[in-house]
Design a protein around this ligand. Structure first.
Ligand SMILES: Nc1nc2c(c(=O)[nH]1)N(C=O)[C@@H](CNc1ccc(C(=O)N[C@@H](CCC(=O)O)C(=O)O)cc1)CN2
Ligand SMILES: Nc1ncnc2c1ncn2[C@@H]1O[C@H](COP(=O)(O)OP(=O)(O)OP(=O)(O)O)[C@@H](O)[C@H]1O
Length: 190
């Protein structure tokens, strides 16, 4: 997959099929099961600032996990989406603090919430594979963001059914260190 047009086409096709298939994976209790998996198998380092995200559409609900991490003493942050081509900005947030509408239907902390640099990131995705490759919505936001945070620990979070045999990837795609689902933890770093 060396040709950029072929890669873009393959990603677009997988994006369509993965988005169409994800709705059938949504199940009550998945968010709580995901939280238990992460706390047991791949909890972030004590005290780390953890970037989550406010779920949209059919994404797995990571709010039980974020609440458990806050209760364990972590500072939480949520991404604010800048114009295309720029990395995400993370602002501090805790349960009960306000959220305002952001780009692409996201909910984000207001402008007066302090900007923080996360040491660990919970990363949303449409599809993943056993090598830790991920397919997002196509904005390239997480790839740009992770490229600028080389020391950060990136954990993909998804329904187990979002795994595919192979996610097509190019030079910009930053692999995840692991993927947590409601069914278990898959370590993907070498
Ligand atoms: N919950 C969440 N927050 C996030 C992301 C994400 O993937 N999920 N992002 C990841 O980069 C950034 C926002 N970027 C985004 C870029 C494109 C689309 C997008 O194309 N959305 C689809 C519909 C998604 C759905 O409802 O399932 C669309 O508008 O057609 C969404 C977010 C930061 N915040
Ligand atoms: N670090 C980067 N520097 C420059 N361009 C990048 C970088 N990362 C991604 N891109 C570009 O952004 C566009 C979208 O990338 P890609 O299809 O991998 O998005 P995605 O991973 O599905 O989306 P997201 O990360 O927002 O969830 C592509 O044109 C890609 O070349």
């Amino acid at each position: 997959m060396s040709n950029p047009e072929d890669l873009a086409r393959a990603k677009a096709a997988l994006r369509r099929s993965a988005a169409a298939a994800r709705g059938a994976l949504v199940q009550p209790g998945a968010g709580a099961a995901l939280a238990a998996v992460v706390l047991r198998h791949c909890a972030p380092p004590a005290g780390a600032v953890v970037a989550g995200f406010w779920p949209i559409g059919d994404e797995i609900d990571i709010r039980p996990l974020m609440l458990a991490l806050q209760d364990a003493g972590h500072t939480l942050a949520l991404p604010v989406t800048p114009p295309r081509g720029q990395p995400l900005v993370f602002r501090r947030w805790r349960f009960g603090a306000p959220l305002v509408p952001g780009r692409f239907g996201t909910s984000v902390p207001p402008d007066d919430a302090p900007v923080v640099v996360p040491a660990a990131l919970l990363v949303p995705l449409l599809a993943f594979d056993a090598a830790g490759r991920r397919l997002g919505y196509g904005g390239g936001y997480y790839d740009r963001t992770l490229a600028g945070l080389p020391g950060a620990w990136a954990l993909g979070v998804a329904f187990a059914g979002q795994q595919v045999a192979k996610v097509p990837a190019g030079a910009h795609d930053v692999p995840l260190h692991g993927i947590a689902t409601e069914a278990g933890f898959l370590r993907t770093e070498p």
